[in-house]
Design a protein around this ligand. Structure first.
Ligand SMILES: [Zn+2]
Length: 151
């Protein structure tokens, strides 16, 4: 009697921080790879209540922040970095000046293909976070996630 083939090897990631996994995994909370459709599911920034603590983050385009987004004010939703891709492309979306406020959000193009996706824990506003590692510095950049700009 052969044992059933298991879906080989549970992925090793997701541990470290300690504590059991969420009992009911929810697609948008598992820290996994997100798609353009997932990004389009975020709330329109203009529709969110003003006065949330995250309103201090003015980042329609990419802005440098001193410290990365972190819990509990923000929660990690997922990543756009495909673990199956060794070295994501540095190609930008054609014709875009990607630091501008109206640049398209193109998940498979630079710099989005190296981003983490975070959400404000209070209002759900989405943020993209891109961390640039230079020789002597680390630069944390965030951009508000406007679903209307997702391509
Ligand atoms: Zn907020």
């Amino acid at each position: 009697m052969a044992p059933p083939r298991s879906a080989s090897g549970a992925p090793p990631q997701g541990g470290a921080a300690g504590g059991p996994a969420e009992p009911a995994p929810r697609r948008l909370l598992d820290g996994g790879l997100l798609t353009a459709d997932d990004l389009r599911g975020f709330p329109e920034p203009g529709s969110l209540p003003r006065g949330c603590s995250c309103a201090a983050l003015q980042c329609a385009g990419w802005e440098s922040i001193g410290a990365p987004l972190a819990a509990p004010a923000f929660r990690l939703v997922g990543t756009l970095r495909d673990p199956a891709v060794e070295e994501p492309t540095v190609e930008e979306w054609p014709g875009s000046r990607f630091w501008s406020a109206d640049a398209p959000i193109a998940p498979v193009h630079f710099p989005y293909n190296r981003c983490e996706v975070w959400a404000c824990a209070a209002c759900g506003r989405g943020f993209l976070q891109y961390t640039e590692y230079g020789g002597y510095y680390i630069d944390h950049r965030v951009r508000q996630l406007d679903p209307a700009l997702v391509v």
